[in-house]
Ligand binder design. Structure first.
Ligand code: 5GP
Ligand code: MG
Ligand code: MG
Length: 184
């Protein structure tokens, strides 16, 4: 294993590469079993879900398709606005398909709630959700998330796809960002 570099803006590493790899493999096995009869189309939510999508898709031994949506909910800050806008829509028609949304993190759940109703209006056979990370607030929203990697504390995390102002997405681990980076 390569030595994990610890970025100076990272307070502490929450999930290292090995923990993430093991969990994503486990999720992939569950999904493969659940969808053996009819493989899903994986819908990754850009840009945060790029890493989990790449690793998850490779751990599902079925003929899955991958498609992408980009929505904006956060701007460059650390709090959800609740206002969602489609920046890039799916290429595929999901009418009659089994859809599995692949997310990096669910915080307030506002983005996902909106995305679910948007995708459901397109007539898919089913829509389920897989998220690598879930924060405590998300448990209070009435969204049934079928696959959850890790429930994490209510801290702002970065890495493995997750950004702060577009930085840190390429860190191979999930870390807690130092407050001094985003507070005065
Ligand atoms: P929600 O609408 O559930 O509050 O937020 C969903 C989106 O907000 C996520 O897809 C992600 O882009 C962003 N987000 C929420 N919590 C965090 C966090 O701790 N770190 C980072 N980098 N982004 C977050
Ligand atoms: Mg996301
Ligand atoms: Mg972001």
């Amino acid at each position: 294993m390569p030595q994990t570099h610890h970025h100076p803006d990272v307070e502490r590493i929450l999930l290292d590469e090995q923990q993430i790899r093991e969990k994503v493999t486990e999720l992939g096995e569950q999904i493969a079993a659940d969808y053996a009869d009819e493989p899903p189309i994986l819908v990754g939510v850009l840009k945060g879900a790029v890493m989990v999508m790449a690793d998850l898709a490779r751990s599902i031994p079925l003929d899955v398709e991958m498609d992408w949506m980009a929505v904006s909910s956060y701007g460059s800050g650390t709090k959800s606005s609740g206002v969602v806008r489609i920046l890039k829509d799916l290429s595929a028609d999901i009418d009659g398909r089994r859809v599995l949304i692949v997310e990096d993190i669910i915080d307030s759940g506002l983005t996902l709630k909106w995305l679910l109703s948007n995708l459901r209006s397109r007539g898919p056979k089913s829509v389920e959700i897989c998220t690598l990370l879930r924060k405590p607030e998300a448990a209070r929203v009435e969204i049934d998330v079928k696959y959850v990697g890790f429930d994490i504390p209510n801290e702002f995390v970065i890495g493995y796809g997750l950004d702060f102002s577009e930085a840190y997405r390429n860190l191979p681990y999930v870390g807690v960002l130092k407050r001094s980076v985003y507070e005065d």
